[in-house]
Each structure stands twice: as structure tokens, then as C-alpha cells.
Design a protein around this ligand. Sequence first.
Ligand code: ZN
Ligand code: MN
Length: 435
Amino acid sequence: MTKYQPIIGLEIHVELKTQSKMFCGCSANHFRVEPNSHCCPVCLGLPGALPVPNRKAIEYAVMAGLSLHCQVAPFSKFDRKNYFYPDLPKGYQISQYDLPLCSEGTLEGVRIRRVHLEEDTAKLVHQTVGDNKVTLVDFNRAGVPLMEIVTEPDIRDAPQAKIFLKNLQRNIRYLDISDCDMEKGSMRLEINISINKFPKFRLPDYKVEIKNLNSFKFVEKAINFEIVRQTEIIKTGKQPIQETRGWSEAKQATFSQRVKEEAQDYRYFPEPDLPPLRWDEKAIERIRKMLPETPEQRIIRFVKNYQLSEYNAQILVAAKQRADFYEECVKLGKKFKIKAKEIANNIINKKVDVSNMNAGQFVKSLVGKKSRTSITPSKLEEIIDQVLSENQKAVEDFKKGKRTAVEFLLGQVMKVSRGQVDSLLVRQQLLKKLI
Ligand code: ZN
Ligand code: MN
């Protein structure tokens, strides 16, 4: 029996793919653009500037909430989360505190505590200018819509966390509301982890936060490392300290970043410049109708309609682009009587890079292959014999040592068979007969 039980919760920040920022009309695109080119008095936090909420961002967050089987709050509001940091021009972040937009959802058996909306901070860029190490601030990211998803502490180990996160990423990408690209920072991960002494279940009265994890691999490693580290401390009769830690890939270990004496006081209060959000059943239904087919539904449909194994359906559906490509090929393949199952096998076994492939070309290549293999070996032999008897001169040339004569004969066979044979196979057969 396990004596020590990990208690793990996740916090995920996702940048929403809207045209404009959360509370102003500035472009929300901040990747590889001239620093500080997408800002205005609102997202720079200048005095007197008033925020206007982005309707699309709110709809996107509700879409995410519904897809996670959450309740959409009939009444919610924005709050100010006050803290001082150079990347926060106003001195507070507009977020949601006690009344989040969505709550009580579930994914992969993990309960979702809440889904709320907030604004991203500016980006600090550390550089050396001349001999000085300086920190520059790029406000292009300030005010970009950010969705925060918080789970209940229902996760028990690293593999479970990874499966949950991969599915979450896939589902959000299917909604087409975020790239969820961890390298670009449009999906950011945080873990809360503590260890409970089995068999009595209770939430430990401490927790360790691990921040700034930008890959699923790091999440896995950080969880495994913390389970060992915290269990060792508990075994000596002590309790791990409540703190924020980071992951060092170089050291393959977590390290202490800051120890919180007590929960930080953000002095939350309702944002006075924004009206509360109200959602009635009709409005929620309108968004529900906008939801596309979920990956889970698509897997079921693939198995049923295309006679795929669940395993293959899962591989295809894991990336929306690949699944879309597959369905396009199935449609085109029908004309040539290529089975949906055969197309799936070809995409999966050849690990086709669908971002560089046109569905029409791919289907054509399958048609070619199909007719090539449709010529029987005896038919091929017949063609070869015919070509050899009609081209005695080339045969003699070959026997005299002119190896290139075989290329001519190969060309003749390809011509007679209208290219419907595998040239490698033909060359082999020809040589067998000539030598
Ligand atoms: Zn702005
Ligand atoms: Mn947040």
C-alpha cells in the first residue's frame, strides 16, 4: 500500500487568439513585432484611460468553459488584483476573484474549479546595452486576453498530469481560440503539489507551487522530483515549507524561488470601471451552438464511419490539422475507390507531414501505388519478355558490356506498362533475364 500520496492541482494560463487586446483596440499580436508598437493609454495604464471589455475574448472563455462541462455564471465581475511589478503598468491586473466566469467543470476525470478571464502583463527583456545589464519593458503583451484554468487537486501522479494537459491543449486548439504554443508562451503551466500520508485522506496544510513550466516534459520531471523531495522530508517527521519553486533543466531539480510567509495580499476589489457580466440561458445556448465537434466525438465518428481502430483514430485526431487532412483525403479518395482505412494507414505509417502536403497530391500518390501493384507478376513478366524480343540490339549491347543498355530497356518496359509498375522491381527482373 502506498504510504505517501501526492496531491496535485494545476493552473494553466492560455492567451486567447483575438484580434485586439482585452480592454482596448490595440492588436493582440505581440510575437515578433516591433517592441512597444501595439500600445495605447489603456494598456499602458495611463491615468484616466478607461477599459472596454473584448466581447470575443469573453465568448472564447465561455466556449472553453462549456467544452469543459462548466457552469457559466449568470452573474460575474472583474476585480483588481493589486501588486507592484515593472511588467504591470497600472499597479494592478484586471482579473476575476470571487465570481469567475465559469466553474465546476471536468476533463479526464479531473475536476475544473474555475475558468476566468484576465489580462496579460508586459514582457521584461533582459539585455546588455554597452557595459550595462538592463531590463527593458515591452508593453505589446500588456492587456492581451488571458484565460486562467484552475483544477481541483485531483491529480495523483506525473503521467495523469501529462494526459490531462495534452487533452486540454488539444481541446482548446480544436475550439480555435488559442494556439496553446508553449514555446511562444501562449500556454503556461503551474503545478501545486503536496504529499498526504496515506491511508487517511486530507489535504495537507502546505503546498508547493512550481511556476514557469513551459513543456509537458518539465511538468512530468518537476512532479517526480517533488514527490521524492517532499516524501523524504515527511519521512523525517517534518513538513515541507510552503514556497514557490522553479524547475532547472540543467540541474534536473526544482529550486526555491521565494518563500511565502503568508498568502500574498492582493487587496482584491471589484473593478469600478467595468460593469458586471450577465449570462442568461439563451445567450449560453447561442455559444453552445458555436462549439465545434469535440476531439472525443471525432474519434467516435472516425471509428464508426471509417472503420478505424480507436488507436488509429486517436492518432489522427490528436492534431486537428492532421484529422482535417485525413477527412479531405477520404473525400477525394472515394472517386478512386480508395478505402478510408487504407488512407489512414498510409498517413500514420508514413508519418506524413500534413503541413507540407496537399490532400490531392497525396491521394494521387495512393492511386499510382494502387495501379502499380495491380499489375500481376505474370503480366509484368509478359511485358518484359515482349520488350526483350522487340529490342534485340539493346540486349546484345548489354551482353557486350554496355551496362547502360538496361536503362533503355527499363524505359521501354515503363512505356509499355504506362508507368504502372515499380521501376526498381522491373530493373531487378530485367537484370535477372539478361545476366
Ligand atoms: Zn492598448
Ligand atoms: Mn492568473
